[in-house]
Design a protein around this ligand. Structure first.
Ligand SMILES: [Zn+2]
Length: 329
């Protein structure tokens, strides 16, 4: 059964904080996705509280963009956005599952001095023109490898880099607006829908469809960063699109979620090989690793490590231990 369709209501309380809303514009044959993150983003950035505000904003914009892409791509599995920087920022990763579980992390280049708080995005991630943006689709289907597409980081803004990537890879005109102060993030994605049998669904003729699409883009271009972050979503979408017969298709609610587990860490250690793990044990007495996304500490002592290689992917690892516990025996 399809979701109930209703016209945009400025007081719609479902379109609250922590929401991802899909809108349909029939005349333009286009969809909009609007995301607002508050406590979800705080859960991500509070684990990186030492970072400068410009870095937390970047993490916020990446988080909003990944949530929007997860909604727009309708992919069964996780959508990851990775920004490989060549400036003070080495790597930013944000990941959104198909149930809108969101996590993110930012790693600075330890060989460089910490960035100036006034740094532009280009100075942070594309100082030498080698910055890259990659989109990874990590399918749930067993045995299937993740899909990865990479583009050079161009332009001054994250939204522009993602727009050009999406327009090339999806071959659908896509526009994106993002804003974040590190505590709150907002994002709007507009995308034309594919043509079906030579004509667009819901649009009477191509010229009218194109006019309607251009109008939508002009309207969305009027949105201010502060509105993306702070105006109640229902009210903002109404203010932007009230003349365009927008229909709300559905609203879902993102939340912070890190799927790391002792079993996954165990598999990662097993993948390093027994020699490597033995040498860490000899040096430190135990193997200790911390999740970059949620800070959970995992410890494996000599007996745990031996089990990794004698019992393989043991169910003991799943059931006997909570994250952060010292041993499983
Ligand atoms: Zn974790």
């Amino acid at each position: 059964m399809s979701a109930p369709i209703h016209l945009l209501n400025p007081n719609d309380s479902a379109l609250a904080e922590e929401s991802l809303t899909r809108l349909l514009f029939e005349e333009a044959s286009a969809r909009a996705h609007f995301v607002r993150l508050g406590s979800t983003l705080s859960a991500i950035t509070s684990r990186h509280a030492e970072l400068a505000p410009c870095l937390l904003s970047l993490l916020g914009e990446m988080s909003a963009a990944t949530t929007l892409l997860s909604g727009a791509l309708k992919f069964e599995g996780s959508v990851l956005l990775q920004l490989h920087g060549d400036g003070p920022v080495r790597l930013v990763v944000t990941e959104c599952s198909d149930s809108l579980g969101l996590r993110g992390t930012l790693t600075l280049d330890s060989t460089q001095t910490s960035p100036d708080p006034q740094s532009t995005l280009t100075q942070l991630v594309n100082a030498h023109g080698q910055g890259r943006l990659s989109l990874v689709l990590d399918t749930k289907a067993p045995g299937q490898r993740p899909y990865q597409g990479i583009v050079a980081f161009e332009g001054e803004a994250l939204a522009g880099a993602i727009e050009s990537y999406m327009s090339q890879s999806e071959q659908l005109p896509t526009r994106l607006w993002l804003a974040s102060d590190g505590q709150v993030a907002g994002g709007l994605l507009l995308q034309q829908m594919p043509q079906v049998g030579g004509t667009a669904r819901g649009a009477s003729d191509p010229a009218r469809r194109e006019d309607a699409w251009n109008r939508l883009c002009l309207l969305a271009d009027t949105v201010a960063p502060s509105e993306l972050m702070h105006t109640p979503p229902g009210l903002l979408l109404h203010q932007l699109f009230w003349e365009e017969s927008a229909r709300v298709l559905d609203t879902r609610h993102p939340r912070f979620e890190c799927p790391c587990s002792r079993a996954r860490v165990g598999r990662m250690l097993a993948g390093l090989g027994q020699d490597e793990v033995e040498s860490i044990l000899q040096e430190r007495g135990e193997v200790e690793t911390r999740c970059d996304f949620c800070n959970t500490l995992y410890r494996f002592d000599a007996i745990d490590c031996a089990r990794l290689f004698t019992e393989g992917d043991s169910s003991l690892l799943d059931s006997a231990s909570q994250p952060g516990s010292t041993t499983t025996h």
